[in-house]
Design a protein around this ligand. Structure first.
Ligand SMILES: [Ca+2]
Ligand SMILES: [Ca+2]
Length: 273
């Protein structure tokens, strides 16, 4: 498996312009200020391995007490391969420049009321994972909330963190152009495999590139075709019908053949977007 560019993005939220010692000298409201939770959600749970794309991560931080200022820092480790780069952010009064690939910093001059929620849009370059990987690649983001700029992650010493993992998008082998839709031509390609013959006998045999393999004894490729449910190196009538079912999805605008990865499907996919 090709080396993956794991991106560990660290988000550090700092509370208060006051130093820790200043906080320690005060009592009452400010001494009880603490970040209580951080959550990460994203616009998509998948990234594409063979092309670039954009993901928006929503960061939400809850705190109690009074925080005069919030700062945020995102770290992306150096990668010899494709990188994530900053596109834009909402809510922060100071933010990185578009295209920055590391040390992304944000600040809020007036701390909004808890929870503080802001969006960070990131772009990734093509090739985060090889499209030939047999194993689904992952990109994991980690966020740490920080109340104090120089000391404990939390006034009580326990780091408050969250992770967000994106998985490499998986496509049905029938979806040759990888647009998450199974078009008529793509169904016909599976029909073509189904019709492969060895002499007078229909075998439905295919090769490792998912081309029909006529006049051969079926061989099961290392990565069988998604339609080959019993993984015997051939496409049976039932298996062909499953592809046709996936291709039947109808949106309000008409038939689209949209599908998505879902482990509950017999082939790991279900119809619809
Ligand atoms: Ca397609
Ligand atoms: Ca089969």
């Amino acid at each position: 498996m090709k080396a993956l560019s794991y991106i560990a993005t660290t988000l550090i939220l700092m509370g208060g312009l006051a130093s820790r010692s200043a906080l320690a000298q005060t009592s009452g409201t400010s001494s009880t200020a603490a970040i209580t939770a951080i959550t990460l959600t994203s616009s998509t749970h998948q990234f594409l391995a063979d092309r670039s794309g954009t993901v928006t991560i929503t960061v939400s931080v809850s705190y109690r007490g009074t925080l005069s200022r919030l700062g945020a820092r995102l770290m992306a480790p150096e990668s010899s391969g494709p990188k994530w780069s900053f596109v834009s952010a909402t809510g922060a009064s100071a933010k990185p420049l578009p295209g920055d690939t590391s040390a992304w910093e944000f600040s809020f001059t007036n701390t909004p009321a808890s929870p503080v929620t802001f969006n960070v849009t990131l772009n990734y370059a093509s090739g985060l994972a090889s499209v030939d990987d047999a194993i689904v690649a992952l990109q994991t983001f980690t966020a740490f909330a920080l109340q104090d700029t120089s000391n404990a992650l939390d006034s009580r010493g326990a780091p408050i963190s969250a992770t967000l993992t994106l998985a490499e998008a998986t496509f049905h082998a029938a979806d040759v152009n990888r647009d998450t839709r199974i078009e008529l031509l793509e169904v016909l390609k599976v029909v073509q495999i189904y019709n492969a013959r060895n002499g007078t006998v229909r075998t439905g045999a295919y090769d490792a590139t998912f081309e029909p393999a006529p006049n051969t004894t079926p061989v099961v490729p290392v990565r069988p075709h998604s339609a080959d449910l019993d993984r015997d190196g051939t496409i049976s009538l039932l298996e062909l019908m499953r592809v046709m079912d996936l291709a039947k999805y109808v949106a309000p605008s008409g038939r689209t053949g949209e599908y998505h990865a879902d482990s509950r499907g017999v082939d790991g996919f279900l119809t619809g977007p």
